[in-house]
Design a protein around this ligand. Structure first.
Ligand code: CS2
Length: 496
């Protein structure tokens, strides 16, 4: 690897100038590749890369990560110019610290070099493939988990040209791996999907069985590919110029791949790796037979509450999640959501009390040093709401309980989707299903009843048992009416 000696830019050449506590835990560039990661976003850099570096440092192994950007080139260019190094700044009220991470052994840009990614997936040295590609990249109907291919994926399934989608890349990579007899591999979803291992497996099986020109791949995948489920957790907002400035202050050089994150991190992983894995347990990860209870705990008590704070906060004109928590009564309402709805909806992992976990979550959301924008968390609601809130509601109703606080979250999402904050300012609605949702809202816009009925008819967003439940419908309409008439602050003040 070429060593960049550039006084003003992060790179191998400047590491010796850094204080010991800011240096990587391993010698960067010396660990051979064993992992391919799809999705080069801030979350991967502050989560799996950090755990994997610590695991290699503690337990060894050839587990360098080649990270693949599925879309933009900016991060690939930044990391290439920095010898694949980046820094993580850990931010809290108690103070900040910054450390350079050396886990990446390479970076690739999938759109400009899909064949290189396919070749990597077929490399026998690669035995683990991790993914942080966001919910929508799986191209699964959020409610049913059925593959719902867009035109690009349909073209990938037809074959004959290099793949351009995540399912397409995996499909062609595994076909090449089977042809090369390169050995078994674990594909590990690190996205906030429900039962993410099973969803990824379902996506793969459906893609393989529909694909043209991959004879025998169904059998090979069955015998050689595992999809362990995971629960991933760390609050990592999108990087901003302030993130880069914090890294520059700490390191004395520019790091265009810098990320900032909260101190807390958790990773629960199902231990099903036929080709081996890093010693992640030495880095604090929990290896288990079933991540399901952890995943439900996190999706419902953290992400569901995060979405609630994001929609209500954005409507009330608050820029960040920490600002949103300052809205009078919001924290109390979120506590009731956790205690009365979330905690009653599922059985948590042994030894965990959901309300205690929820208190910790609220404290994390309040971290004033983490400027997590409400609009970032509000994005892609159609892909997030089922596992974050609608499953909670469905489970409560199946047990004969009410789900009033869950209904408030649904109403706040609908109110957000209508496109205006309480002060009349427009709100951006970024969602892969923005068109059908907006069309439904326009059709039903005359009244809250009309809006709820129109959106509840969208089967790819709202499960039938929730959509056809009169009590849920009434609760959502009541909250939506209050939010529209009185705004967030008065609605929360009057919430009982
Ligand atoms: C957030 C998550 O953006 C969002 O939707 O709820 O990214 C959240 O910060 C992480 O899941 C925390 O682990």
């Amino acid at each position: 690897m070429a060593v960049t000696v550039n006084a003003s830019r992060l790179g191998l050449g400047i590491l010796r100038r850094l204080p010991a506590e800011a240096r990587p835990l391993i010698r960067p560039g010396t660990v051979p590749t064993g992992i391919v990661h799809l999705g080069l976003g801030a979350f991967h850099r502050a989560h799996q890369a950090v755990y994997t570096e610590a695991a290699i440092g503690a337990a060894g192994g050839d587990w360098g990560i080649v990270a693949v950007a599925p879309r933009s080139t900016a991060m690939v260019e930044a990391l290439t110019a920095q010898d694949n190094l980046f820094s993580v700044s850990t931010l809290s009220a108690a103070g900040n610290s910054t450390r350079v991470v050396g886990a990446l052994s390479g970076v690739r840009h999938a759109p400009s070099d899909p064949d290189a990614v396919v070749a990597l997936l077929a490399d026998p040295a690669v035995r683990v493939v991790t993914l942080t590609v966001t919910e929508k990249a799986y191209q699964l109907d959020p409610v049913t988990g059925q593959l719902s291919p867009d035109a690009a994926l349909a073209a990938d399934l037809a074959g004959g040209h290099p793949p351009s989608t995540v399912p397409g890349l995996l499909l062609r990579g595994l076909a090449a791996r089977a042809a090369a007899d390169a050995g078994p591999v674990a594909l590990v979803s690190c996205d906030n999907l429900p039962a993410n291992g099973r969803r990824l497996r379902g996506m793969l099986d459906q893609a393989v069985s529909r694909a043209v020109g991959v004879p025998g791949l169904v059998e090979w995948v069955t015998g050689n590919v595992t999809c362990p489920g995971t629960m991933v957790d760390r609050i990592v907002p999108a990087s901003t110029p302030e993130t880069i400035e914090a890294a520059r202050r700490a390191l004395g050089v520019t790091d265009l791949a810098a990320v900032a994150a909260e101190p807390y991190a958790q990773w629960v992983i199902e231990d099903d790796f036929p080709g081996g894995r890093p010693g992640w347990e030495h880095a604090g990860a929990v290896l288990t037979g079933d991540a399901g209870p952890w995943e439900r705990l996190k999706l419902r008590s953290l992400n569901g509450v995060h979405s609630a704070a994001a929609y209500l906060g954005a409507l009330a004109g608050r820029e960040t999640i920490a600002d949103a928590l300052e809205i009078p009564h919001l924290a109390d309402v979120l506590r009731r959501l956790i205690a009365e709805d979330v905690a009653a909806s599922f059985t948590p992992p042994d030894g965990v009390r959901v309300v205690d976990y929820g208190e910790q979550v609220l404290a994390r959301f309040g971290n004033p040093a983490i400027r997590h924008r409400t609009l970032q968390v509000a994005m892609d609601g159609s892909q997030k709401l089922p596992q974050r809130v609608l499953h909670t509601i469905a489970d409560l109703r199946a047990a004969g309980r009410s789900a009033r606080w869950g209904a408030l979250v649904v109403a706040s999402w609908l109110r957000f989707a209508l496109g205006y904050a309480d002060d009349g300012r427009p709100l951006p609605f970024q969602d892969p299903l923005a068109e059908p949702i907006r069309a439904a809202l326009v059709a039903g816009a005359q009244s809250p009843e009309g809006a709820v009925d129109a959106v509840f008819a969208l089967r790819e967003v709202v499960p039938v048992e929730v959509a056809e439940d009169d009590e849920v419908r009434t609760d959502v309409i009541t909250w939506l009416t209050a939010l529209q008439r009185h705004g967030v602050e008065a609605t929360l003040a009057g919430a009982r």
